[in-house]
Design a protein around this ligand. Structure first.
Ligand code: L37
Length: 284
């Protein structure tokens, strides 16, 4: 039976140390880290994530600024808000929760965020810095996954790492972080010829496809570290991941649950990035 990687617990520990550091930082500088979270429309999953992010801010002692905008918001209006926040000194981090409504260009909005306040690390300037390894911010979900892997004690260097899914917010940066940690990285996607064969070779398997329970026990190498980024619904409408947890946990060495795995880590890393942004702003 696999050991369950407790993302909820690890996230709480990290948020605890950020809370202590923040109290010291505020005492020394008089600056309170501030995060602006923008949500456009009423996607129910996004509403939950944004609520969790706001709660985490309050818990660690940050200011949070919430902007709930109607589905009908125009791209111009959204960019105007971002521009105002770019110039607001109490706001150190700006997060615009994706996905955005179809009539708004995500690319245009991301590019309107000041790279210094881009705590999601989605701006092309920050994406480029991740490629070269010279960065202030890492994207929250891949950064959180690195912490989860670290918690197992399994060394990444020299290991075969397989990332399933090639999105800009998870798969691609994830592969880059594993590469920086000296893993031998394979990226798989919908056109991969033999997904089962690739996955079976993985010592570390990260799955971010959005397809409920697609990774089965016969696709996982015994003892592997399995990280499940999925936030899916099963046939009964219950929250589940991209990995068939009940089956795969019989084969894997370590596995993350959904919920309580990667999700809470995404939020802990957002707090870390916001604190970093405030520290950089205060030192200039
Ligand atoms: N930074 N993250 C950032 N920017 C975005 O634009 N979409 C997006 C993003 N993704 C995101 O917020 N993901 C996310 C996923 C799960 C949680 C939080 C954030 C989370 O809190 N998950 C809980 C359970 C939530 C639930 O009950 O539905 C968990 O335990 O996994």
């Amino acid at each position: 039976m696999a050991e369950i990687i407790d993302g909820k617990k690890i996230s709480a520990q990290i948020r605890g140390s950020i809370k202590e550091e923040t109290a010291r930082f505020i005492a020394e500088t008089g600056v309170t880290p501030g995060l602006a979270v923008i949500l456009v429309g009423s996607d129910p999953a996004s509403q939950i994530y944004v609520r969790n992010k706001k709660k985490a801010c309050e818990e660690v002692g940050f200011k949070s600024f919430e902007y709930l905008m109607p589905e009908s918001t125009t791209e111009e209006e959204l960019k105007e808000l971002v521009n105002k926040l770019n110039h607001t000194s109490e706001v150190h981090g700006i997060l615009c929760q994706l996905p955005l409504p179809k009539h708004i260009s995500e690319k245009a909005v991301i590019e309107s965020i000041s790279p210094m306040k881009d705590v999601d690390a989605f701006h092309p300037a920050n994406v480029g810095r991740i490629m070269t390894g010279d960065y202030n911010f890492l994207p929250c979900t891949p950064a959180g996954i690195m912490e989860l892997i670290k918690s197992t004690g399994v060394e990444i260097a020299g290991k075969k790492c397989v990332v399933v899914g090639r999105s800009n917010i998870v798969g691609k940066p994830m592969a880059m972080l594993l590469l920086h940690a000296n893993g031998t990285v394979t990226m798989c996607h919908s056109k991969t010829a033999d997904l089962k064969k690739e996955c079976l070779e993985a010592d570390i398997l990260v799955v971010a496809t959005g397809k409920a329970k697609m990774i089965k026990a016969d696709m996982v190498k015994p003892g592997a570290v399995v990280i499940d980024v999925g936030m899916d619904r099963d046939e009964n409408g219950k929250l589940c991941g991209d990995v068939d947890f009940d089956e795969v946990s019989k084969v894997a060495g370590y596995i993350t649950p959904v919920p309580g795995g990667v999700g809470p880590m995404t939020i802990a890393m957002l707090m870390r990035n916001t604190y970093t942004a405030a520290k950089i702003a205060a030192s200039r």
